[in-house]
Design a protein around this ligand. Structure first.
Ligand code: KIV
Length: 293
């Protein structure tokens, strides 16, 4: 017996129309949360990446990534903090607006940073409203399961779509004492099931599962009628998200075990900088073709 009920049966036959696919389909208008729900009914998997600036976001938008997250991971990989905790509403609002300006198709989801919703539902609504009005995002994300259900309910009933985030919630790094895998052991697994059910019942349109055993993530994914977005949660989630600097090999030092590096941007950029520097000191740059007369 689990606390998560079996997913509601989708109404109508599953669509096999690949033109509607979130990734690889032919749609050009901006992706909405209704499209996300339809993808779950079709049993379709989809990718999500973080983005923190207009130019990188435009690359991912052109590549067809249907959902971009202006994550508070910007704290670690864009703003130079050592965790997500210091990130402010002003920082997230400014960078979310840039990501919206750099995209025309992706659904842009912005994180509510630490301290922007913990006081209660009214504080959450005030800050989420700012992200929707000032930055133009289509949805917000916040951390926490049962403990954040009131906040999710008020945002959703006010017309703001919410992506929930359970399992390892990095804003609680000081309470966790690090970034341990969550949901191990029967008690912790039951809590994760309760959290998943609570955020779905509160109206979340999707649920991030971070650092959760693959078997438990698969069980929760099968039980929910909203999609799960896995990060370190195995292959059976409906969607997968990675921090873009990890995905593209821009992050220096060690990355978590669940990261797959799809490029070596750090090396490419470093080599380009060295080649430029060598050309400058040897006077090979600028050459005649780069000069005006
Ligand atoms: O802030 C972030 O990038 C996130 C993802 C890791 C899900 O929350």
């Amino acid at each position: 017996m689990t606390h998560v009920q079996a997913a509601a049966k989708p109404s109508g036959a599953p669509s096999s129309d690949s033109s509607k696919a979130l990734y690889g389909g032919t749609g050009t208008r901006r992706v909405t949360v209704r499209d996300i729900a339809a993808a779950k009914r079709r049993g379709e998997k989809w990718p999500m990446l973080t983005a923190y600036d207009a130019m990188t976001a435009s690359v991912f938008d052109e590549a067809g990534i249907p959902v971009l997250l202006v994550g508070d991971s910007m704290g670690n990989c864009h703003l130079g903090y050592d965790s997500t905790v210091p990130v402010t509403m002003d920082e997230i609002t400014m960078l979310s607006a840039a990501v919206v300006r750099g995209t025309s198709r992706a659904l842009v989801v912005a994180d509510l940073p630490f301290g922007a919703y913990q006081e209660g539902a009214v504080q959450a609504l005030r800050n989420a409203t700012r992200l929707v009005k000032e930055a133009g995002v289509g949805a917000v994300k916040l951390e926490g399961g049962e403990r954040s259900a009131h906040q999710i309910e008020l945002l959703v009933s006010s017309g703001i779509p919410v992506m929930a985030h359970i399992g390892l919630t990095p804003q609680s790094v000081n309470a966790f004492g690090g970034y341990p895998v969550q949901g191990r052991g029967e008690e912790a697994a039951q809590q994760l099931r309760r959290d998943a059910k609570a955020v779905q019942d509160a109206g979340a349109f999707a649920v991030v599962l971070e650092l959760v055993p693959a078997e438990l993530a698969a069980e929760v994914t099968a039980a929910l009628h909203v999609p799960t977005v896995g990060i370190g949660a195995g292959p059976d989630c409906d969607a997968q998200v990675l921090v873009w600097t990890d995905m593209a090999g821009m992050t220096g030092g060690r990355t978590p075990r669940f990261v797959k590096r799809y490029a070596a941007l750090r090396e490419v950029l470093g080599d380009a900088a060295k080649a430029f520097a060598e050309d400058v000191v040897s006077a090979a740059y600028p050459a005649e073709e780069h000069s005006f007369h």
